[in-house]
Design a protein around this ligand. Structure first.
Ligand code: DGY
Length: 318
């Protein structure tokens, strides 16, 4: 029996590629970069497995061959895929929710601690050969234990971050479209407005998806509502932040420290971040562990297999 054809647009972890090759007539690639010729390569393909940064806009989706029935993304975020355009072509879209929540929340916590305790600056000092030894006034940061963490976007990742942060003695405040049920909220404090929420953020973590409503959510007006010297971290999507406003606030000290794993238009980023010592910059490694990336790949393949066999996958984007 012939196997369905799967186009994979990026190099994937070896275990995921092995399973793709075992279950599909898989067209793999050795490249870590977005595939320039998706349309030509998807001729006759039943499914496409793609990644954040591969722009599946309406134009590309409209030009896909009629054979394509499902696009799965190797990510929980699907802002790079035009869902209405896929729906219009009756192409199902799957993503990888849940399996990366812990790993991404770990990255948010890493950013919080690294930014607040100036780990990036310390690293640069040592690597530049400029460290002259311990000194009482050197690289003084702020502690986070006992401080208030405000989470913007209390979804799966935000809730895991809340659990981890409670474990190090932070108190949790959150802002979302609706209040969580008590079983999920625990002792976290819900805010139904930006003024009270941002005023309670000694540390602000952005954990909301990229949506028109969250575009540049952290702008100059909202930054002005934060306590002076607050720590800001973003392990969600770069488009949530107005970079010019955050750079100005980091420069003036209005925001004390920031930790960023994601950037609008990445891998490009606002050059204004680069000379700032008080920002930690990571290359979008939120979900980057071997186990998590394998599990993400397997979940994406599960979704593709389900769609192609006429079943509704649990990871269908609706
Ligand atoms: C996602 O899954 O959306 C992350 O940004 C990549 O792991």
């Amino acid at each position: 029996m012939s196997r369905p054809t799967l186009l994979v647009t990026r190099r994937l972890p070896p275990a995921v590629e092995a399973r793709a090759a075992a279950e599909f007539d898989a067209r793999l690639t050795a490249s870590d970069l977005p595939m320039p010729d998706v349309i030509a390569n998807s001729a006759g393909a039943d499914a496409i497995l793609t990644c954040p940064g591969d722009n599946f806009d309406a134009e590309l989706i409209a030009a896909l061959p009629a054979s394509v029935k499902v696009i799965a993304t190797f990510s929980v975020g699907f802002d790079h895929i035009d869902i209405p355009a896929a729906t219009a072509r009756s192409i199902a879209v799957c993503n990888t929710p849940d399996v990366l929540s812990v790993t991404t929340a770990e990255t948010a916590l890493l950013l919080i601690l690294s930014a607040a305790r100036r780990a990036g600056e310390g690293e640069r000092l040592i690597r530049a050969g400029r460290w002259e030894g311990w000194a009482p006034t050197q690289l003084l940061g702020v502690g986070v234990v006992g401080r208030r963490l405000g989470i913007f976007g209390m979804g799966r990742i935000g809730r895991v971050l809340a659990r981890l942060a409670r474990g190090i003695g932070m108190t949790i405040h959150y802002r979302d479209m609706a209040r969580l049920p008590p079983s999920l909220e625990g002792d976290a404090i819900f805010h139904d407005n930006d003024v009270s929420f941002l005023g309670a953020c000694d540390v602000l973590s952005l954990n909301a998806p990229a949506l028109p409503e969250t575009y540049h959510w952290l702008n100059a007006d909202r930054i002005a509502l934060l306590p002076r010297g607050a720590v800001v971290v973003n392990a969600a999507r770069g488009s949530l932040v107005d970079d010019a406003a955050l750079i100005a606030a980091l420069t003036s000290g209005r925001v004390g420290f920031a930790g960023l794993d994601v950037f609008e238009g990445e891998p490009k980023m606002s050059p204004g971040y680069l000379p700032l010592e008080n920002v930690v910059l990571l290359p979008h490694l939120g979900s980057a562990t071997v186990e998590t990336r394998d599990t993400m790949g397997f979940l994406a393949l599960d979704g593709i297999a389900a769609v192609l066999s006429g079943r509704k996958p649990g990871n269908l984007v609706e």
